[in-house]
Design a protein around this ligand. Sequence first.
Ligand code: NDP
Ligand code: 2IT
Length: 450
Amino acid sequence: MSESLQPIYEEVLRRNAGELEFHQAVGEVFESLGRVVERNPHYLDESIVERLCEPERQIIFRVPWVDDAGVVQINRGFRVQYNSALGPYKGGLRFQPSVTLGTVKFLGFEQIFKNALTGLPIGGGKGGSDFDPKGKSDAEVMRFCQSFMTELYRHIGEYRDVPAGDVGVGPREIGYLFGQYKRITNQYESGVLTGKGVGWGGSRARPEATGYGTVFFTERMLAERGQDLDGTRVLVSGSGNVALYAIEKVHQLGGTVIATSDSSGVVYDSDGIDLDLLCEVKEVDRGRVSDYAERRGRSAEFRAGSSIWQLAASTRVDVALPCAIQNEIDEADARALVDGGVLAIAEGANMPSTPEALHVFQNSNVLFGPAKAVNAGGVATSALEMQQNASRDSWSFELTESKLEAIMAGIHERCARAAEEYGEPGNYVLGANVAGFTRVADAMLAMGVI
Ligand code: NDP
Ligand code: 2IT
């Protein structure tokens, strides 16, 4: 990290004690910003970096609800309205027991630069709760969502803050949240949430967007070396929203996904993952990848608790798409991928590589696409959903997907150009951080001391 940024980083650590994921996200961006502030000292003179590290607003609230046994349960709700220089705060809600303020701040910080990279008018925010939807009945999830929105509604709005889904928040939760917002406000304000059902204001291709966008970005990186996905063997971790549609697009483009995972373990399928079966297990039955292995028969094998990335040590892997959770690739995993001869890694999840893993990737010859560029197709299509809501329009799947593909090409181009400008062609980490930072910083400067 450059000398000029070190004291700012120390201050971030001091003011946000114990928020390790937030420290990690800030540190990773700072690694890229040294050269930017050296060339543009006015960013330091105007304290833009310090301002960017401090969220505009942080909301923490109690979420009481009654479970099916009639017992009162208490969870904690969060919304971090991080930066609104480019548009209303925009970013998902995560429901997972491990969520803390530090988790939401890391995600919100990443979201600022990701949203800037899309070129669309959206600021950065994130929210969530330590509520665990797993094992809860639909009625319990509904009562939780209604209680969560009963506080959140006063802080959000089409022009203020527009939440969406993330881990543990899918179409079911967005439905309950939107229903409660509508009741409380007595307004049909479609643009207040994205990820809605297509029949009631949602965008076609939004469910697919993050996974598809991840694969579109991967294609662009491979094309730089005259390669494509046809015939590749691919690992896709996680088996949620992002992973399922990443698998679908890989298969459409001629690759084969040979393994996937969830938090309990890995399923390796020598015939390639059967996506219809996986969707049935995960989306219809809300089951586990071990259930997939059981129902699939001989070609599939479930390995409890093992790392999907270590498969690269024993079988050919060309592309790795981490689509599960932060810090899911550690140094040993990164080494297994690099030593196994992987061509490309593209981060569908947010911050899936530990700093040590990132170091391994950046010191190798593999193509590496960082999350804030690679997975931006989800939030970009959310912005397209907001456009459709604002104009009371509804576009076809083909039109929306083609816009998504063009946006991903634009993000790839912006990252590649910024990396070149700073003397490191092909360094997408540098390119994404520099291009995202510059757009937000310049907007903030134009608006005075905000
Ligand atoms: P989902 O809740 O739909 O799926 C998450 C998946 O990750 C599940 O299969 C889950 O398994 C698995 N998982 C969670 N923790 C672990 C773990 N420790 N090890 C292995 N697998 C794990 O979430 P999404 O698909 O929406 O999100 C996945 C990632 O993509 C997150 O990082 C999210 O922030 C990011 N993202 C999502 C976007 C979106 O539009 N949804 C947009 C951009 C980024 P299990 O069921 O066992 O918990
Ligand atoms: O991390 C992310 O970009 C998301 N979870 C999607 C956010 C959104 O507003 O669609």
